[in-house]
Each structure stands twice: as C-alpha cells, then as structure tokens.
Write a protein that binds this ligand. Structure first.
Ligand SMILES: NC(=O)c1ccc[n+]([C@@H]2O[C@H](COP(=O)([O-])OP(=O)(O)OC[C@H]3O[C@@H](n4cnc5c(N)ncnc54)[C@H](OP(=O)(O)O)[C@@H]3O)[C@@H](O)[C@H]2O)c1
Length: 358
C-alpha cells in the first residue's frame, strides 16, 4: 500500500467544501485539514456537528481559534505552523479568484508546499493548466497546477469526446452563464442580460491554456439563474459526421451523460441529481440529446454544466497526477468510482417511474 497523499484544502466555499469532501473519499489521499479566513455560514455548516466535514481539523490564519471553537469547529492549530511542519504534501487552494495567487506567494512558496489552484486564478499562477483528458502525464512532479474554470472544463470534455471522430477544425461556444451560485448573497440580476466580459469571452483563451493550437471562439452571456450554465457549441470536424456517431462519442466519453426524453432544461437535470447525490452535485456534463444536430462537418449541441460540481473530479485527478502520475484512465477511474461519476445515457424520468411501478 502506498503512503497516502496528505492534502489540505484552503478556502471552504462552494468549491473548497466539495473538494475537501471528495478528498476524504479517496483511498490514496488523506484530508489533513481545511482552512478558511472566517467562520462563515458555509464553513460552519460543513464543519460543525452533523456537517459533511464534521471532525476535520480546521487551521486558522490570522484569526482567533476561539472564533471557530465556540461555534463547534475542531481547531487543529495555525495554518502557517501546519504548512511549516512538513505534514502537508499539497494544498488545494479554493480561495476567491486572485487570493490563490497571493496565497501561493505568501504561504505555499514560503513553506515549500505544492498546490492546486482554481480557474479564477490567472493561468500564470501555475506551471500547468490541467485537463486529465489532454495532459494528465504533464502534471507529474509539478509544484503548481491549475484546474481551469467550470465552463472551460465543460468545453474541454466535449471537445475531447468529439475529437475521437475527426480532426478538430473549429469550435464556437455560446455560454449562458449562471449569474450566481445558490449559496451566494451577491449577484441579484432580475432584469438584465449582458455579455460576460468582452468578445471573445475569456473562456476561449482559457481553453487554449490546455490546447494552444485549437481554433476556438467563445461568447458568454450572464443570465439570472443559479442552477447551472448552458452551452451551445458548434464544432467543425474534418470529414462528414452522422448524428448517431456524435451521440455515441458523447455517451461513451467519461464524465459526459446524454440526457434524452423528458430532460429538456437545467431544472430537470439538477432535480434528477438532487434525488441521488449529496447537494445534488452533477459532476457530469449533461448533453441535451434533442439539441444534437449534425450538418456535414458540423456538429451542434447544447449541454448543461453544473458549476458547483463539475471541476471536483478534475481537482482530485490533479492531485493524483501530480504525485502518482501513471495511466490517466486508471487515475480518472479511481476518482470516478469514489465519487460515483457516471457516463452514458441518463434514464428519462418516464422509465424511472415505470421501473418503480413494476
Ligand atoms: N463557484 C463556481 O461556480 C466555480 C466553479 C469553478 C471554479 N471556481 C473557482 O474556484 C475558486 C473558488 O470559488 P468559489 O465559488 O468556491 O468561491 P467562494 O464560494 O467565495 O469560496 C471561497 C472561500 O475562500 C475563502 N477565502 C477568502 N479569502 C481567502 C484566502 N485568502 N485564503 C483562503 N481562503 C479564502 C472564503 O471565505 P469568506 O467567504 O469568509 O471570505 C470562502 O470560504 C475561484 O477561483 C473560482 O473562480 C468557482
């Protein structure tokens, strides 16, 4: 048995609390602790009694331990002391965009601890922007690796699936981007649809941090929803395509499900996963089957990306790839089996009802 990789998660918000829980489910990793600046409701709900991270040691930075202890959180000590003790192999940093870069300079480089960063950080925060489908092997031995944003992760998975059908010539994606996460107080937008950033949106250059050669163009629109992002992608591949082949390539790809039948909109998918998973986390990219249209060399499709959950498998892969390297398929399989990530066709609700009645 290999010695487990010792992981600390810094920043217990939407992404951090999910990564921490996912780390705790890995047989080859141990969650040494978590850290966050304040006893926010998100921190307390996951770490106090009955929470999914109950009992996990919490490490404070620049705050009094009593602030956390008196609210039922088990304090393990001071973050800097822990990082200096040599008891952490890697930090998964899930602080808000820009804070990770600061943490790298103030903490991780100072204490010689390796780190995984999130997509809100500039690509320059790390030596590699990681996608297990394209550069798993390149992460081995790296000091700093970055997992790209939820939208970029979704695009990369779909592009990876379609690349099995021919040479990728052109990728155009319109992103309807959720305006806020369900747990956010910020982001109220009732009546305004607006572009998110410029044209192209930053997602195209983010995709190119993994695939520098890809002809990709993206536009993003912020929409007043919290559930998920919806992408409409038009991909041109060398050679004529059939709709059946496109659907088969998507269905057979890891971490993609094809949702047919009564799955037509984001709430349909999120509700399905709420009935099955902790927090309703949908790790998979869900392609809406009826949206798949093929015209010569072009495939057009629409898919749903659950922003809170989609990057969690890739974060776990990143840690494993940095420390163990090895076969990408085996690494991803270890992640997917521990989290219950699926692929293939999502059973329509009608079939589920029929199954329950029989
Ligand atoms: N949410 C998404 O949809 C999503 C999807 C993919 C990737 N990402 C990326 O993931 C990262 C985290 O996003 P998030 O949505 O999880 O943010 P979030 O919900 O705001 O959580 C961030 C957490 O980090 C804490 N924090 C603040 N400053 C910190 C610091 N200097 N060091 C450590 N922790 C700090 C925050 O504490 P306080 O609340 O007390 O300030 C909060 O608990 C960002 O890079 C983001 O772009 C987000």
């Amino acid at each position: 048995m290999l010695v487990p990789i010792r992981v600390l998660v810094n920043g217990i918000g939407t992404i951090g609390k999910r990564v921490a829980h996912a780390v705790s489910l890995q047989p080859d990793m141990v969650l040494v602790g978590v850290s966050s600046p304040r006893p926010s409701l998100g921190v307390l709900s996951s770490l106090s009694r009955g929470g999914v991270l109950e009992g996990v040691p919490f490490y404070v930075r620049g705050a009094s331990p009593s602030l956390f202890e008196e609210r039922g959180v088990r304090v393990g000590g001071v973050l800097e002391d822990l990082l200096g003790s040599g008891r952490v192999d890697v930090v998964v940093d899930a602080a808000p965009g820009g804070e990770g870069l600061r943490n790298r300079d103030e903490l991780y480089s100072r204490y010689g601890v390796r780190a995984v960063f999130q997509g809100g950080e500039p690509a320059a925060v790390a030596e590699l922007t990681f996608s297990p489908f394209f550069n798993y092997g390149d992460a081995f031995g790296r000091r700093y690796v970055r997992v790209p944003s939820c939208n970029t992760t979704g695009i990369l998975r779909v592009v990876s699936a379609l690349s099995s059908l021919g040479e990728l010539r052109e990728v155009f994606v319109v992103i309807a981007r959720r305006a806020a996460d369900p747990a956010d107080r910020k982001g109220a937008r009732l009546n305004a649809l607006s572009l998110d950033g410029g044209v192209p949106s930053h997602h195209a250059s983010d995709v190119r941090t993994v695939l520098p050669w890809l002809n990709v163009f993206t536009v993003a629109v912020k929409v007043p929803t919290t559930l998920a992002h919806l992408h409409v992608a038009r991909v041109r591949l060398g050679g004529r395509l059939s709709r059946g082949d496109v659907i088969e390539a998507l269905e057979s790809h890891r971490r993609i499900v094809v949702a047919g039948g009564e799955f037509e909109a984001t709430p349909d998918l999120l509700e399905f996963f709420r009935d099955r998973r902790l927090r309703g986390d949908m790790y998979e990219v869900a392609v809406l089957e009826d949206s798949v249209h093929v015209d010569g060399e072009y495939a057009t499709l629409s898919y749903v990306v659950h922003q809170e959950a989609v990057v969690i498998p890739e974060n776990i892969d990143a840690v494993r790839a940095m420390f163990l390297g090895g076969d990408p398929e085996a690494g991803m399989e270890a992640t997917d089996s521990s989290l219950g990530v699926t692929r293939g066709r999502l059973a329509p609700r009608r079939a589920l009802v029929a199954a329950r009645q029989s």
